[in-house]
Design a binder for this molecule. Structure first.
Ligand SMILES: [Zn+2]
Ligand SMILES: [Zn+2]
Length: 325
C-alpha cells in the first residue's frame, strides 16, 4: 500500500518559482480528444469558460510548493483507483460535534457530492471523539484544540465499508498532520481510500469574527469546495497547475476562496475517465443543485458551459427544464 499523503495547507519558509503553462502545454495536458464522443470532446475544449492559472503571489500554494503537474495521460498511466461494481459508494463520516444548525450542512454536502461525482453517497452515523484513540493537542499559537489526522485516517482505514470507493471524515474540529505543523485543512491517502477534512477554519467565528447573515451560504460553499477537492484526490488526481480549478492547491483561506467550484478540462477528463459519467447529465444535476442553494454564479457558469457544448437552443431547453421558479 503506497501511503502518499496530500496535505492541503502547510506553511514553509522557502520559495519555489512557478511559471504558468502555455496554451499548448495546457492543451497537451488535456491530451488528444479526437476519438471521444462529441459531447465529451466539446466539454473538454477550454473555450472562454476556463481561466489560465495565474502567476502565484508570495505565500500562495505554488509559490511554496513544487508541483510538476499531472497531465491526463500521466494520470491514466498511474493506474488510479476507479469505482467498480463492488467499490462504488462515497461515504461521509461526520466526526465529533456539529453545532446545532449544521446537520443540514451534512445532508446538503451529501447531495452535492452525489451530483458532482455522479455516484451514490451515504452518510455514516456520527463518530464521537471521546473513547477513540485520537490524539489531540492545543495549538501553541491559536490555543484552540486540534486533532491528529493520522489517528483519524487509521480509524477510517479500519472502518472502511466493503462497498466504499472512499470514506471521508468531515469535522468542525481543527486538524494537524504532525507536531511541527501549524494546522492542515485536510489530508487524504491517494490510494488508501480515506481522507479527513475540517470546516473549522471556514467559520468566521474561528478567527473571532462575527458570523454575517450569509454565513451559512459561505460555509456551504467553502466546505463543498474542500469536499470536492479532497474527494478528487481519492480518485488519484494530483493538484492541478493548468487552469484555475477546484483541484488547485491552496495555502490559505483567501487562496481557497478564490478557487472556482468547477473542474478544468484536464481534471474533468480524469474524473470522467474514472467514473464514466455523462457530462451533460452531470452538469444538469449540478445546475439544479447550484440554483437550489443560491449559488447563482456557479449555475450561470454551467449554463454557459452547456451552451458551449450543445449550442444555444439545446442548452436553453435543459436550462428551462431545470430552472426553479
Ligand atoms: Zn489537495
Ligand atoms: Zn484542473
Amino acid at each position: 500500500m503506497r501511503s502518499i499523503t496530500v496535505p492541503t495547507a502547510i506553511l514553509l519558509a522557502f520559495s519555489m518559482s512557478f511559471t504558468p503553462p502555455t496554451v499548448s502545454e495546457r492543451s497537451d495536458a488535456i491530451g488528444s480528444t479526437k476519438d471521444l464522443p462529441e459531447a465529451l470532446r466539446k466539454a473538454l475544449e477550454p473555450g472562454v469558460d476556463f481561466e489560465a492559472i495565474p502567476t502565484p503571489q508570495p505565500g500562495d500554494w505554488l509559490a511554496v510548493h513544487r508541483e510538476t503537474g499531472q497531465s491526463f495521460d500521466r494520470f491514466a498511466k498511474s493506474n488510479p483507483n476507479r469505482p467498480s461494481k463492488t467499490r462504488r459508494k462515497i461515504y461521509l463520516q461526520p466526526l465529533g460535534q456539529f453545532p446545532d444548525g449544521q446537520v443540514p450542512l451534512v445532508v446538503t454536502l451529501k447531495e452535492y457530492a452525489g451530483a458532482y461525482f455522479a455516484m451514490d453517497v451515504e452518510v455514516l452515523p456520527r463518530l464521537a471523539l471521546s473513547g477513540d484513540k485520537i490524539t489531540t493537542r492545543t495549538n501553541p499559537y491559536t490555543k484552540n484544540r486540534q486533532i491528529l489526522t493520522g489517528d483519524v485516517l487509521a480509524i477510517l482505514r479500519k472502518n472502511l465499508p466493503e462497498d466504499a470507493f472512499c470514506l471521508l471524515a468531515i469535522t468542525m474540529e481543527d486538524l494537524y498532520p504532525e507536531p511541527s505543523w501549524n494546522f492542515v485543512f485536510g489530508q487524504a491517502l491517494l490510494r488508501g481510500r480515506v481522507g479527513v477534512y475540517s470546516f473549522a477554519r471556514y467559520d468566521p467565528a474561528f478567527y473571532g469574527a462575527k458570523r454575517g447573515s450569509d454565513y451559512e451560504k459561505i460555509l456551504l460553499r467553502r466546505s463543498g469546495k474542500v469536499l470536492v477537492h479532497e474527494t478528487a484526490h481519492m480518485f488519484g488526481l494530483l493538484h492541478c497547475i493548468y487552469f484555475r480549478c477546484v483541484v488547485n492547491g491552496s495555502n490559505h483561506l483567501k487562496e481557497s476562496d478564490s478557487r472556482p467550484l468547477h473542474l478544468c478540462p484536464v481534471c474533468l477528463r480524469k474524473l470522467q475517465y474514472s467514473i464514466e459519467f455523462d457530462v451533460i447529465d452531470r452538469y444538469r444535476h449540478l445546475f439544479r443543485f447550484y440554483q437550489k442553494v443560491g449559488f447563482d454564479n456557479d449555475a450561470q457558469w454551467i449554463a454557459n458551459r452547456l451552451t458551449h457544448i450543445l449550442g444555444t437552443e439545446a442548452a436553453q431547453a435543459i436550462i428551462r427544464q431545470e430552472t426553479i421558479h
